[in-house]
Design a binder for this molecule. Structure first.
Ligand code: NAD
Length: 243
């Protein structure tokens, strides 16, 4: 179903990019949306309305996550969108980068899921979306070691949760985008030096011939949140990158 009236949705990393587009899409679908992020300034630029509430939240803080979930009450849809990209292969990667990637891309997701699950179990209803990537167990991507390791873990934790809670009418799916236009992608492209050339390289990975838009990924998030016969899946949305 695509009508989320009466439903509460919690989105992490909702200040920009895919999280922001998803918060807006769920609000347009009628849900009460809690759009959360650490970036207060960017959150303040969201089109806040009656059913789109912004909250500062660092997903690395289990205490803050629990406090927010306690305040919200039952969450019907959790969209774990927060994630961080580091460059480097296994030899170039800094250990600190791997620790940060594990904390944000994996442990934080586990914490938010743990925070919302008890109420979902009690009500025998709930759906969880986790942001992975095709750069994961789906596909090896050069120079993305910490990212690939942690996004593969996202798919693993998604399937585990799906298996454990399917009997409680709780579904858990992962979204695996290809290359999507977003503020952090812009930064990564600029960091490479020649912006136009790097952009062309990023585009050329997708046979469809362009980058994805945050809105396209948001549409999939809304679809999966209402896809009552789909659980435990890692759904690619990648412009044909993994054809
Ligand atoms: P982005 O990277 O531009 O923005 C990320 C947001 O996360 C920012 O608003 C930032 O403030 C927030 N954030 C960072 N650390 C946080 C923390 N500790 N707590 C709460 N919020 C935090 O957005 P994006 O590129 O759309 O990426 C969103 C998700 O999609 C990430 O998980 C990313 O790995 C994934 N993804 C992106 C692409 C892409 O090409 N853009 C492709 C595949 C997967």
């Amino acid at each position: 179903t695509s009508d989320f009236t009466g439903r509460t949705v919690l989105v992490t990393a909702a200040a920009q990019g895919i999280g922001r587009a998803s918060a807006i899409a769920f609000a347009q679908a009628g849900a009460l949306v809690y759009a959360t992020d650490i970036n207060e300034a960017a959150l303040a630029a969201l089109p806040v309305r009656e059913n789109l509430v912004v909250e500062t939240l660092d997903v690395r803080s289990e205490g803050a996550v629990r406090a927010l979930v306690d305040r919200i009450g039952a969450v019907d849809v959790l969209f774990n969108c927060a994630g961080i990209v580091h460059a480097g292969d296994i030899l170039a990667m800094k250990d600190e980068d791997l620790d940060v990637a594990i904390d944000i891309n994996v442990k934080a997701m586990i914490q938010t899921i743990r925070a919302v699950l008890p109420a979902m179990i009690e009500r025998r209803d709930g759906t969880i979306l986790n942001m992975a990537s095709v750069a994961s167990s789906v596909k090896g991507v050069p120079n993305r070691f910490a990212y690939g390791v942690t996004k593969a873990a996202v798919i693993g934790l998604t399937k585990s949760v799906a298996a454990d809670y399917v009997a409680y009418n709780i579904r858990c799916n992962a979204i695996c985008p290809g290359t999507v236009e977003s503020p952090s992608l812009q930064e990564r492209m600029r960091a490479q030096g020649d912006l136009e050339q790097t952009r062309a390289v990023f585009i050329s990975r997708q046979p469809i011939g362009r980058l994805g838009t945050p809105e396209e990924i948001a549409d999939l998030a809304v679809y999966l949140a209402g896809a009552t016969y789909t659980t435990g899946q890692a759904v690619a949305i990648d412009g044909g990158w993994t054809i």
